[in-house]
Design a protein around this ligand. Structure first.
Ligand SMILES: *Cc1c(COP(=O)(O)O)cnc(C)c1O
Length: 345
């Protein structure tokens, strides 16, 4: 087989959701934006719906429409970007719930879809989306009279438990939602782990479901296996790949794997990664190319058919560290060329 295989363990995603749900004071939703962080929103959301998830969150109305096709009617699909110009028909036809972010969006929603469900997003200090305190104060009575389904805000520093921003945003959110009976939501994965004061009625974990930090107890979800295209012998002094950055210091055997930076295995990771033949790690040899990766298999003693570059031995956080980024970016960069295979669910 010529293409690499990305295996997604739906049971691990379910176990991660259940573990976060078990420590949540209220209900637990699931964030499946960006195609469930690259893992396939329809498969992931269907598996989660079967175990009782009722509140899903996406970034845009388009993502919401795709998710509605996968889930069918009934379950709540909340859209972080709210009600944008041009979204009205989709919000209506696909029964999406926009999180209203501003006075403009509020007016658009009430004029174009009176009586249609909506939530409110408040800005508690992140300064990215949502109404600021003054705007909210002016709109509050009108909005609450229309029975919003959710009042939410988002934490900027929840993955750093000791950061002063957490308590500051919590106070601001509590202040802005004083006396409100509508369901409230503040916590992403990091917020769930900050404790019950941050949970309110519904939590919104994303990365923790997919096995990423800050949920240190998460079960690993993804395994990436790359087929070996070719193996060759090198004499000492010969080089591998672009820029000749690898020079054999002994007679060596090199395997060429089928995947590269076009598939999200970015060049910067190279020197810090291993490829695994079963349980045996082998160092990469030479630069990661667009579609290929060289591996020094000299000490392996045999030619493997495929090698694992992401999985139980070497998780998304190892790849993230190797590239100087975060697990979120590793997952969402995993390319479209992989054959995605689902287990469990
Ligand atoms: C992405 C996102 C989440 C999920 O965050 P994680 O850190 O992945 O758990 C929750 N709420 C909002 C508004 C988001 O944009």
């Amino acid at each position: 087989m010529a293409t690499a295989t990305l295996t997604i363990d739906l049971n691990a995603i379910i176990a991660n959701w259940r573990a976060l749900d078990a420590v949540s004071a209220g209900g637990t939703g699931a964030v499946v934006k960006a195609d469930a962080y690259g893992l396939g929103a329809s498969r992931v959301a269907r598996a989660l719906a079967l175990v009782g998830v009722r509140h899903f969150f996406v970034a845009s109305a388009d993502e919401g429409a795709d998710l509605r096709h996968a889930l069918g009617p009934g379950l709540e699909i909340n859209v972080f970007s709210g009600h944008m110009a041009g979204d009205t028909d989709m919000i209506n036809d696909m029964a999406l719930t926009p999180m209203i972010n501003s006075l403009d969006q509020m007016v658009r929603h009430m004029e174009s879809l009176p009586g249609h469900a909506f939530g409110i997003q408040l800005d508690s200090g992140m300064n990215r989306l949502g109404m600021e305190p003054a705007e909210w104060a002016a709109l509050r009575e009108i909005a609450l009279a229309q029975n919003p389904t959710l009042i939410m805000s988002h934490l900027a520093c929840a993955d750093e438990p000791d950061h002063a921003m957490n308590a500051q945003q919590l106070n601001s959110f509590v202040e802005m939602t004083q006396g409100i009976t509508a369901p409230r939501s503040l916590a992403n994965t990091g917020g769930v782990l900050l404790g019950p004061a941050y949970h309110f009625d519904i939590t919104r974990p994303g990365i923790g479901l997919y096995g990423g930090l800050p949920f240190t107890d998460a079960q690993p979800v993804v395994t990436l296996t790359l087929p070996v295209i070719q193996c060759r012998d090198l004499e000492a002094g010969e080089t591998v790949g672009y820029g000749n950055i690898f020079t054999a210091t002994r007679p060596s055997r090199i395997a060429t794997l089928s995947a590269g930076y076009a598939d999200g295995l970015i060049r910067a990771m190279g020197p810090n990664l291993q490829a695994y033949a079963g349980d045996t790690p082998c160092p990469l040899a030479g630069r990661i190319s667009m579609d290929m990766i060289g591996v020094d298999i000299t000490d392996l003693g045999e030619d493997p058919k495929s090698m694992e570059i992401l999985g139980a031995h070497q998780g998304i956080e190892v790849l993230a560290d190797a590239a100087g980024t975060i697990g979120y970016e590793i997952l969402t960069s995993l390319g479209a060329r992989y054959t995605r295979r689902y287990t469990g669910g």
